[in-house]
Design a protein around this ligand. Structure first.
Ligand code: SAH
Ligand code: SF4
Ligand code: F3S
Length: 408
């Protein structure tokens, strides 16, 4: 049997796409390997959200030149968002590439493989089961047009998967031993279907046999509405953590980013989420072209006011074809300084958030016999041992800033 090595860059949507592409390869004579040296085929699934992400994927591809030379019959598939952006011209720079398959072509991936002619008919392997979380893609693409972002270009407009298919996928994951289901999409909470809302879908997934907890990523603040919160507030299987990208704390910059909300609207939504027990993490961009020192300070103060449990901070990276790429860039030194200051600010967030869990009764989904995560997404260690995948209620009695501890 031939061996497949997968290298994935980018977001969780890309991880799920890699799983989907790998499934097609597993029915065509391949089995997974974690060792590049023993692989016959490498699938590189790429990201282009920032220049740095694309650069990493391309430099890995550069290194594969030598890998391919070392043994005859080796093959390379370059897929995902950078593949979508750069297209077939990649084969000119990297003539040893066998297949280029952009993120928008995932539905045709199986056909592309069958056309390529180098795949064997031998039965293949199974994916390696890792962890307790099963990923289910519920929508693809993005209908927003944030002025800095390349995702709508490389992923295309929104396509929601039918709820029947989503429920079938989630049920399958649960029966395979994934008690936690993570619903995925670039603007996951934009999901809708005639007569069915995203809240309805979350409730239906959580009611499936074997599902202990449901999470979702990445939501857009636009769809955090009172109706949504009403629809989920009594369902404790919906984990009380949300990764809600804020991007900036300045209403002026948010407007220029075309995010569709102001600082005040965002803070109201954050407040409403907290009222029903959510912990909130976020993404922030520093150095958007029009960001003044004052705007940047607004981002710093947002971090304080919102009480995020974690924040991923990025330096603005111009992406070809986006409106913001036409604007004059700020000095790189300013970007570096601001990133430094922001990183210092967010450094203590997780620790403080862990401390705030002291004394609370929390619900833990066990990932090992005595370690798991709470619904609010904090790691916790229990004294007693439990069955992996079960949910227990327990009280937090100590915290070391990265891990919570319990009395029993
Ligand atoms: N769909 C999600 C996020 C997608 S991209 C959302 O709308 O929130 C993931 C993160 O990358 C974004 O939240 C943003 O913080 C960051 N990002 C996107 N484009 C960027 C750019 N051009 N430069 C720097 N960071 C960027
Ligand atoms: Fe990009 Fe904005 Fe769409 Fe998120 S909502 S993927 S940041 S365009
Ligand atoms: Fe990157 Fe594509 Fe995800 S650009 S962040 S892998 S949608």
């Amino acid at each position: 049997m031939k061996k497949l090595f997968i290298q994935t860059y980018g977001c969780q949507m890309n991880l799920a796409d890699s799983e989907e592409m790998a499934a097609h390869l597993f029915t065509r004579g391949y089995m997974p390997t974690e060792q590049l040296e023993e692989a016959d085929l490498v699938l590189v699934n790429t990201c282009t959200v920032r220049d740095h992400a694309e650069h990493r994927a391309l430099s890995f591809l550069g290194r594969l030149r030598q890998w391919k030379r070392e043994k005859s019959g080796r093959r390379i598939i370059f897929a995902g968002c950078a593949a979508q952006r750069l297209g077939q011209q990649l084969k000119k720079t990297f003539p040893y590439l066998d297949i280029v398959s952009g993120a928008r072509e995932i539905d045709q991936f199986a056909q592309l493989l069958d056309k390529s002619g180098f795949l064997s008919d031998a039965p293949g392997g199974q994916p390696v089961q890792k962890g307790i979380t099963g990923y289910v893609t519920i929508m693809r693409g993005c209908d927003f047009a944030c002025s800095y972002c390349i995702v709508p270009t490389v992923r295309g407009p929104v396509k929601c998967l039918p709820s029947a298919e989503i429920l079938q996928q989630a049920a399958k994951k649960a029966s395979q031993g994934y008690p936690e289901i993570m619903l995925l999409g670039q603007t996951v909470n934009a999901w809708h279907e005639d007569g069915k809302t995203f809240a309805d879908l979350l409730n239906e997934v959580s009611a499936l046999p074997g599902v202990a907890r449901v999470r979702f990523v990445s939501p857009h603040p636009a769809f955090i509405t009172p109706q949504f919160l009403d629809g989920i507030k009594s369902n404790t299987k919906i984990a009380r953590h949300i990764h809600l990208p804020a991007q900036s704390g300045s209403s002026k910059v948010l407007q220029e980013m075309k995010r569709g909300y102001t600082r005040e609207i965002l803070l109201d939504k954050i407040h409403a989420l907290k009222q029903i027990g959510f912990s909130i993490s976020t993404d922030l961009i520093v150095g958007f072209p029009t960001e003044t020192q004052e705007d940047f300070e607004q981002t710093l103060s947002l971090v304080e006011q919102a009480g995020f449990s974690a924040a991923y901070c990025f330096k603005y990276s111009p992406r070809q074809g986006t409106p913001a790429a036409e604007m004059k860039l700020l000095d790189e030194k300013i970007l570096e300084q601001r990133l430094d200051i922001l990183l210092n600010k967010v450094r203590g967030l997780a620790e403080a958030a862990y401390q705030q869990q002291m004394g609370r009764t929390v619900e833990v989904l066990l990932e090992t016999p005595n370690k798991g995560r709470t619904g609010e997404d904090f790691w916790i260690q229990t004294q007693k041992s439990y069955t992996v995948g079960s949910v227990v209620q327990t009280e937090v009695t100590a915290s070391d800033g990265t891990l919570l501890f319990t009395r029993d």
